[in-house]
Each structure stands twice: as C-alpha cells, then as structure tokens.
Write a protein that binds this ligand. Structure first.
Ligand code: UD1
Ligand code: UDP
Length: 368
C-alpha cells in the first residue's frame, strides 16, 4: 500500500506533520505532495517540522482567485497522481487544496482518507468556501477521520456509513505536543528571542489573528476598529502576526498601524506562535486551529466570526463567539480581563495528542 499526503497551506501542514511522523514510525510507504497554495507560511511549517516534500507544485499566485487556484491544483495534482500511483491519498480539513486534491484522486479511482472530517456550520457562506469544501470532500471520501463524536454524528446524519467513520481526536494537538516538547527542552531561535524582548512584562498580552474571506466585506474592519479602541487601555498590549493575504494586510495596517500599544508583526513560526499563545491573557481569532489549540493551553478565545464549527470548545467554555461587532468584542474582552476564566481540570475536547497514531493504525487495519 502506498500513501500520498497532499496539502498546501499553513494549517494543513501543521496538522499533517504528526501524521507524516506516525507513518514513518510505522514503516508505511508514503510520499508528500505540497501544492504550495501558501508559500512563505507553508515553508515556515515545513522547516520547523523538517518535512521535505517529494513534490512541490509551487502554485501560489499574488491575490489568487479560488477558480484559478482550483484549476491549477486539479491539473498539477493529476500529473503527480499518475507518477506517484498511490493507493490512498490523505487530505486534511477544508481548504481548496484539500477538496480539489480529493476530487482529482476521486476522478482517478484512488481512495481518499479525510483527516478532520465532520466539521459543519451548515452555512455555505460561513466559512466561505470552507464549509462547501468540507461537505464536498465528505461526499467522495472513503475514510472519515473525525476529531469528536459530535463530528461523527454530523456525518451519520448525512448518510455516511458508521464503519467508514473513525473518531481520532484532532492531529493539531499532536503537533502542539511536539512543539511544546521542543520549547520545554530549551528550543530557541532569533525570532523567539526577538518576541521575548518585544513584549512588556507589565502589560497583559492580547494575541490576535484574522484571515477569513467572509470577513473581508466589513467584519475584519469592525474587529480592527474595536481593537484600536481597546488599545487605549494602558494595561494591555496587542500582538498581531498579520496573515500574508494582501486583503487582510491592507485593512489591518490601515486601522491598527502606528499605535504604541499594538505590535503588527509578520506571521511567526509554529513554536513562536505557541509561545505567544502561552503568554496571552486572551486570544482574539477567527482561526480554526487556534480554537482547537487554546484549550490545551487553558486560554480563552474570543472567536471573531458569526458561526463556528468548533462548538465543542464553546461548550467546554474555552471559546466565545463574539461575531464581528467591535462593540461586542470590547465588552467580551473587558469581561475576560476582569474575570479570567479558570480552566483547571477542563479537558481539551479535541484530543490528547494521539490522533495521528490512531489514524495510522486504522489505515493499517483497514488495509486502505
Ligand atoms: C487559505 C484557505 C483557508 C485557510 C487559510 C489558512 C482556501 C480557499 N483558503 O486562506 O481555508 O483557513 O488558508 O491560513 O483554501 N499569501 C502569501 N504567502 C503565503 C500565503 C498567502 O503571499 O504564504 C497571499 C497570496 O497573495 C495569496 C493570498 O495570500 O494569493 C491568499 O491565499 P489563499 O491560500 O488563497 O487564501 P487564504 O486566505 O490564505
Ligand atoms: N499559526 C502560526 N503562526 C502564526 C499564526 C498562526 O504558526 O503567525 C498557527 C496556529 O497555531 C494554528 C494555525 O497556524 O495552528 C492556524 O492557521 P490559520 O489561522 O492560518 O488557519 P485556520 O486554522 O483558520 O485554517
């Protein structure tokens, strides 16, 4: 059996890194194909986890459209499938790379394993286009590796057979454990040193990320305006590694630039981001991965989206969906800073760091 892992963006790479390690440790035959939907942000992850792709499709274009991106992935992945001849392709999550790579494999009669399956908002416009991507992958996948039992229920309701769904936890927790172990054993680099020197030890840290396409019409602007107001408080500092999407950067730098309490920095490598999360009193983010990681670090996340597919973290109390109103964000931030939540003893609903090993054992057992 030969496996091809196919991914293209930062979060997919982070979540695939421990799967690659588990495949290696279990002596399975595999190759890695990166589409390069992201470039710099993907390379940061490949470098930290020491992943050397067998194929790199190098497709990223400045301000790429969803359709040109899809066309390039379809055409170029097809060539790789003919060369690599895998029996099984593994895709992760809900990006355009994940869906189009799965579709390419489907068209060639190659089995598909979907990691992080079963997440839903049931709103095709939020997140866009990710909700459609993940639903479409579910229609054509052969093996559905779901993080939680609630994800399993969603797939069962869509008529997917129970014997093709496997509850594994989310592999992001495995990645987090790998990075945490390195940090605890003294891992340091120039970037991390720089961050440690940058932050004021006497002020509370608010860590921010944002990148969702459905927020470009105004949500991102509202959130930034709320943050700008909040930055007037003398007891806080805002640190915001700004996503490389030019649509994000234009708004963020326009509204949050040149403020003494706001640090707008380039996207940081995974261990540095983990360190920043550890310092934070609150995290303000529309990221999927961050909602899953924060519970392991016992940090509250204010989710700057109207809907989340990660409702397990809301139920456990880690995440609060604040929408994209600046006023609501300020209100919730004040509440969190005044009454810091105590998450002692509350488990991360996304798993324990064993998801990748479980996935690989299932692949072996099912002779996928
Ligand atoms: C993509 C995914 C989204 C995922 C996010 C993670 C799709 C449609 N979107 O969104 O699901 O949550 O990644 O971050 O699959 N750019 C760079 N360098 C990089 C990365 C991006 O310059 O390393 C710029 C390019 O101009 C690129 C643009 O950002 O065209 C948008 O990248 P794209 O992957 O299309 O969308 P994201 O918003 O990053
Ligand atoms: N992350 C990172 N550096 C950063 C910001 C985020 O390594 O500067 C990590 C974060 O820990 C998480 C992932 O990137 O694992 C989230 O990526 P993103 O928000 O781009 O995508 P999403 O998870 O929303 O699909």
């Amino acid at each position: 059996m030969k496996i091809l892992l196919c991914f293209g963006t930062r979060p997919e790479a982070i979540k695939m890194a421990p799967v690659i390690l588990a495949l290696k440790n279990n002596h399975l035959a595999y190759e890695v194909c990166v589409t390069g939907q992201h470039r710099e942000m993907l390379d940061q992850v490949l470098e930290f986890f020491e992943i050397k792709p067998d194929f790199d499709l190098k497709i990223m274009q400045e301000e790429q459209s969803l359709n040109s991106l899809s066309a390039l992935i379809l055409e170029k992945t097809d060539v790789i499938l003919q060369e690599a001849k895998p029996d099984l392709i593994l895709v992760q999550g809900d990006t355009t790379t994940a869906f189009i790579a799965a579709l390419t494999a489907f068209n060639r009669g190659i089995k598909i394993g979907h990691i992080e399956a079963g997440l839903r908002t049931q709103n095709l416009h939020s997140p866009f286009p990710e909700e459609a991507n993940r639903q479409l992958i579910s229609r054509i996948a052969d093996f559905h590796f779901v993080p939680t039992s609630s994800n399993q229920d969603k797939l069962l309701r869509e008529g997917i057979s129970k014997d093709k769904i496997f509850i594994t936890g989310n592999t992001v927790i495995d990645a987090l454990r790998m990075a945490e172990k390195k940090l605890n054993s003294g891992y340091e680099n120039e970037e991390l040193k720089g961050l440690k020197g940058l932050l004021n030890k006497n002020k509370k840290v608010l860590l921010v990320t944002g990148h969702r396409r459905e927020s470009f019409g105004g949500g991102l602007e509202e959130v930034c305006k709320g943050l700008r107001k909040f930055a007037e408080r003398k007891d806080v500092q805002i640190i915001f590694p700004v996503h490389l999407n030019p649509q994000v950067r234009r708004k963020v730098f326009e509204i949050l630039g040149k403020h003494p309490n706001i640090y707008l920095i380039e996207p940081v490598s995974y261990p540095s981001f983990l360190w920043l999360m550890m310092q934070a009193s609150a995290i303000i983010s529309d990221s999927g991965g961050v909602q899953e990681e924060a519970p392991s670090l016992k940090k509250p996340v204010l989710v700057t989206r109207k809907f989340t597919e990660r409702e397990e973290a809301v139920i456990a109390g880690f995440s609060t969906v604040v929408g994209t109103s600046g006023e609501m964000l300020i209100k919730k931030l004040e509440e969190v800073l005044e009454n810091p939540p105590d998450f002692t003893g509350v488990r991360n609903p996304y798993g324990d760091g064993e998801a990748s090993q479980k996935i690989v054992e299932i692949i072996k057992r099912e002779n996928a």
